[in-house]
Design a protein around this ligand. Structure first.
Ligand SMILES: [Cu+2]
Length: 214
């Protein structure tokens, strides 16, 4: 007899259905989203062509990133590289975190080290989802200053997030946040983030809900 855990995992895949895994809302991705290719590193099915990048300005002192996921939860890594073929040398630009709940998630004030100003880079989104690692890429040009997030930077109702360690994601950057995650999550939590306890409660509820669907 299969374990409750494996049934729940299958149920979650069924619940997420014929899904799009995740899509980037902002900035624009380099090539059109292809659902079946999203598991292919580093960008979801292609290698960026440095001669054909239509880069979006990204303000190093604060800019916004927005995604929409169809999974009940996933862990997120946001990373950048000035290797315009996205072959490596990735820098993490936000601590790895877990999004619980489907739908839009937006971080309104992502910062980048100021020494990137003036450079063009690939911005990589990696989602450690119930069905594995998933990838998308945008091209960005780093500019001075900051920008306010627009109205479309919003979170779907019921979505929560919390910083987390993820041994699948941390090897994908040169500066993983695993060390930071423990203290950062406790002492510098932004008010859009809830406690670990709430995260686990929601996680258990999702598991139970998925199990009951079968
Ligand atoms: Cu998926």
């Amino acid at each position: 007899m299969p374990s409750i855990g494996s049934l729940a995992a299958v149920a979650m895949l069924l619940v997420s259905g014929a899904h799009a895994h995740f899509q980037v809302q902002h900035p624009d991705v380099i090539q059109p989203f292809v659902d079946d290719s999203e598991p292919d590193a580093p960008c979801g099915g292609y290698t960026p062509d440095p001669a054909k990048l239509n880069a979006t300005d990204f303000h190093v002192d604060g800019d916004w990133l927005s995604t929409r996921q169809t999974h009940p939860y996933s862990n997120w890594l946001y990373r950048i590289t000035t290797d315009l073929t996205a072959a490596g040398n990735w820098t993490e630009i936000y601590p790895i975190f877990r999004q619980t709940g489907q739908g839009e998630f937006c971080i309104p004030k992502v910062t980048v080290p100021q020494n990137f100003t003036g450079q063009t880079a690939i911005l990589g989104f990696v989602s450690d989802a119930p069905d594995g690692l998933l990838y998308q890429c945008a091209a960005v040009r780093f500019v001075e200053g900051s920008v306010e997030a627009p109205a479309e930077c919003k979170n779907a109702s019921g979505v929560t997030a919390d910083y987390i360690s993820d041994s699948n994601l941390s090897p994908l950057v040169n500066n993983p946040s695993e060390e930071k995650a423990t203290s950062f999550g406790v002492s510098a939590r932004s008010d859009t983030f809830r406690g670990l306890g709430a995260m686990f409660t929601v996680g258990v509820m999702v598991m139970v809900g998925a199990f009951m669907v079968v």
